[in-house]
Design a protein around this ligand. Sequence first.
Ligand code: AHR
Length: 517
Amino acid sequence: MKLTRRTVVTTALLSPLILRGARAADDLRARIKVNTENTRGEIDRKLYGNFVEHLGRCIDGGVFQEGSPLSNAAGYRQDVLEAVRGLDVSLLRWPGGNFSSNYHWMDGIGSRDERPPRLEMAWGTVESNRFGTHEFLDYAEQLKTEPYICANLGTGTWTEAQQWVEYCNSALDTAITRARRKNGRKDPWKVTYWGLGNEMDGPWQMGHRSAEDYGKFALEAAKLMRWTDPNVKLIAAGSSNYAAGVDWSLWNRTVVEHLQNYIDYLAIHLYVGNPNDDFGEFLASSRLMDDKIETTAKVIDGALAGRTDGKKVYIAFDEYNVWYRARGEGQRGRRILEEHYTLEDALVVATFLSSLVNHADVVKIANMAQLVNVIAPIFTNDEGLFLQTIYYPLQLFARNVRGKSLKLDVDVPAYNTKQWHDVPYLDVSGAIDGSDLVLNVVNRHKEQAIDASIALEDKSFAGAVGVNEVNGPDVKAANDFGKTLVRAQSRATNARGKTLQYRFPAHSFTQLKARLS
Ligand code: AHR
């Protein structure tokens, strides 16, 4: 990693990095200026969502394990439930993912023992259907989290999608709602968030379509779903196919043009990895997320241009994570997508969360993929679980980063990678919630600490500043059963008046929490 210059970054939406003089850096000092009036809008709580798919051991063996001494009578793993509660999950997406594109929800209702096992082609198994709509919505209620159901727009029909909304949301007396009552649920759950399929731009998807075909098909599903319950919020399948030569923006534009009268969100996905073991390059991955968000926001604006009704379509970043080791052709069957996360992965996740916060006015939903075992912050075996490195940044953001997203003025040394120029060594986001300020800082330098001067322009620090630091002995450090090398450690530091001097350790994520006056 080569130090190139100082970079002045305004963490503002849709503005490229503002370079105020590309001068060679002579030290590793930074300055962060905070003006609490300089905000970009509310941070939606739904940025801290998560995702459970019928995939590997995410649900079966993770969330749900009938017969396990760690599960309750209904089959839910209680140790997992407690660990999930620690993440303050605001929105939970289900049942997929790729799985959703051949999932027929009626297979998953009624007596568990009578549900049909089905061939599962997305991940090459047999789906028992013992965890279905009631089990998922019951789980969401236990967690007090908002459910988000992704309908089957691959091999499914318009009627199937419509009747799923009816089953979950209607209070009328129909054959469908009678079935719900017969299956033990009198009142509708009122599920607000519904996906119009998953990754329909990918040839790997069952029922993959062209943008036009998907736009037309999804429109009819959307109409019926909305006419069944006018309160549903609909999420269209945006781009996920970033293969060379694919115009992913064109997919997004076409889909928004077709669906604009019915959708509230456009879903996009991103997974990154470090296959060449290049720390600097990997830590710069959030540039890719910034780019996907900013390009998609422009595309949405373009597709809605000319409307005079103030119609908004927000971005739902409903799958993101580090995923590259347990990936590829061999990943079919039960023990699949079981990434074992390191400190560097946790730092990338922290920069992703900051990217979401730094685009909080256009991104209103985000779901880490996934929740348990499968590319997940929680990892189980039959005897217990451990918390992966990526658990900690997600927990700190979900618990503490709320209110309004701040536009910060950050002057910091930068470096170049093969793919990116002027990557700031400090990745920063901030939020103000009443008089509570939170700053999230990842030091992307592998070896050196960075001294920063944090200056408040319009307020003062009122007392000690809380510090939570996620770090570990080295960037490849990982947790395991009975071994926690990477976690969040708390302490306090002192600030004077309007200034805080803080040294951000090498390869760390630090969250500072201050009360202002
Ligand atoms: O999260 C794992 C898979 O990644 C999902 O099933 C799919 O939507 C994406 O390609």
